[in-house]
Every structure is written in C-alpha cells, then in structure tokens.
Design a protein around this ligand. Structure first.
Ligand code: SAM
Length: 277
C-alpha cells in the first residue's frame, strides 16, 4: 500500500486567509491539516462542510474545486463572491462602512429582500458578531483587535479571485461525497461539526448522532481519498477504527460568557490513505 510522507511544516499564518470569521474555523490548524492534503496527488478537490473556508482559502487550487455547506446564508455570500456579475455590486456595499454597536443592531434588524441584501447582512454580522456567529448574532467587535471595515473590501477582493471557477453548492454532505466524477484523483477534506461540542448556537442545523453515523458510512463506501478532522473522543475513535487516525492538538477560538478565548484542543485527523509523519 502506498504511503505518503509529510516532511514540511510551515506556520498557519503563511497560508492565505478566509474572508470570514467562523465558529469552528480551522485557521490555527492549517499547518497540521494542509500537509495531509498536499501529499496526495489530486485534480479534483471537494469540501462538503466548507463553513468559513479556512482550508479551502489556505490550500492551493487544483483543476476542479467544489465547496459546499448546508448553511444557506454563508453559501449565499460565497455565491456573491464567486459570480463576477454579482460581485461588482456586492463589494461596493462595504464602502464607508462602520463597525459600531448601533450599526450592528441596525443591520441585525434589517429585513432583506434580495440575495444581495441577505449577503450584505450576513457578511456585516459575521465580521462584527461574537465568534462570527450569524445565526444568533451578538455584538462582538473589538476596536484594535478585530479587523476594521476598511480591510473588509480587500478580504472580499482576494476571495473573489480565489473563487473563480469554483463550484459552490448548498447541499447535504452526502450528495457531495457521492457525486460521480470523471477524475480518478478526487480528494475531499471534511470538517463536520464536532461530536462533543455544543453547537446549537453556532450553526442553523444541528448535527445529530445519526448524521455522524451517516457520514462514517458514506466515507467507508467512497472510492475517493478523504481527510477528516474531528474532536478526539472515544466515540469517533470507535466509528473510524477501520481508517488511519492521527492525533494532533491545535488552538481554536471559543465563545463563552467571559468573551472569546483561544483553547487548545485534542483533535484527530482521519484518512483513508496512509501518511508517514
Ligand atoms: C466545523 S464547521 C466547518 C468550519 C470550516 N472548516 C472553517 O474553517 O471555517 C462545520 C460546518 O458544517 C456545516 N454542516 C452541518 N451539517 C451539514 C450537512 N448535513 N451537510 C453539509 N454541511 C453541514 C455547518 O453549517 C458548518 O458550516
């Protein structure tokens, strides 16, 4: 059986950044995750749980790229970013924007009537809310710590470049994993909601035990290569005892009643290809 050797570790900050802040975002994990993807030759890449897209934006694009999430609001923003005819209007909505508690409340209460307005609202709330949570947004912008609105347009311009010719969908993960391909070299990175974390607040749709089981069965049957990240717990170790499991630890942002902080978590990287570290 072929073994892939990882011999290069670089800092997470050396990778390109996502335009979003996102609960469960993998920015601090990039230096651990991307080497697992770079070792595998692939000309098609799929990310069924893209969320804020830290890994997609950090990774090099290949010939064919597909990002997906079940959260319609975040996918609507990707749609505005990836489609040039829409992006022309979207990017200018942030000219002279401000970040203040009053403006946050005003945007939160906006009733939106078009995809463009919905995308504006989502992105504004993502940049200014506690932990980037758009589902139940609470003011969380900190002067001097958070990225100011004058930087946002650059984030959007960079994202628009990266998203050229990328397929963007709003589907359940199973459809993305099972979709047929002309290519023999398909690689998927999957970052589902964690098994133990309480994510009721962070995401619109909850991920239940049945979904974790469904994901495992779908991955067990796939003929494509996959790399999956999860929280380290005995249930996940048991579910994936047929695959390769690598232990890692990285920092992640967490929201609690005292504000936001960074915690170190024990994580698993699970693959159906063998990697020598
Ligand atoms: C841990 S987050 C992904 C974070 C992402 N890797 C990042 O760096 O920002 C998990 C994502 O899975 C999505 N999700 C939950 N259930 C899903 C389903 N059934 N199919 C597809 N996506 C789903 C959530 O909306 C959320 O964006």
């Amino acid at each position: 059986m072929h073994e892939y050797k990882i011999n290069q570790y670089i800092k997470s900050s050396d990778y390109s950044k996502s335009p979003f802040r996102y609960p469960g975002g993998k920015f601090y994990a990039l230096k651990h995750i991307i080497p697992f993807l770079d070792v595998v030759k692939h000309d098609e890449y799929r990310e069924p749980f893209v969320g804020g897209g830290s890994v997609f934006f950090g990774k090099k694009k290949v010939e064919s790229n597909w990002i997906n999430d079940i959260e319609p609001e975040i996918i609507n923003v990707y749609d505005q970013l990836s489609n040039d005819a829409k992006f022309i209007h979207f990017k200018d909505l942030f000219n002279n924007e401000i970040a203040s508690k009053d403006r946050h409340k005003q945007v939160r209460d906006l009733s939106v009537n078009s995809e463009l307005e919905r995308a504006f609202k989502t992105y504004y709330l993502n940049r200014t809310s506690y932990s980037g949570i758009i589902n139940k947004p609470a003011w969380g912008y900190k002067d001097g710590k958070s990225s100011p609105p004058e930087n946002w347009k650059n984030f959007l311009l960079n994202a628009n470049k990266k998203l050229q010719d990328v397929k963007v969908t709003n589907l359940d993960f199973e459809k993305v994993i099972n979709a047929k391909s002309k290519s023999k070299d398909v690689l998927m990175y999957l970052d589902p909601p964690y098994f133990l974390a309480d994510q009721k607040r962070a995401y619109t749709k909850s991920f239940e035990l049945n979904d974790h089981n469904r994901l495992m069965k779908t991955l067990k049957n796939t003929k494509y290569k996959f790399c999956l990240s999860y929280d380290d717990c005995k249930e996940i170790r048991e579910l994936y005892n047929w695959a390769n499991i690598y232990e890692k630890s990285w920092l992640y942002n967490t929201a609690n009643s005292n504000g936001e902080s960074r915690m170190k978590g024990n994580e698993l990287i699970i693959t159906n290809y063998s990697v020598i570290l």
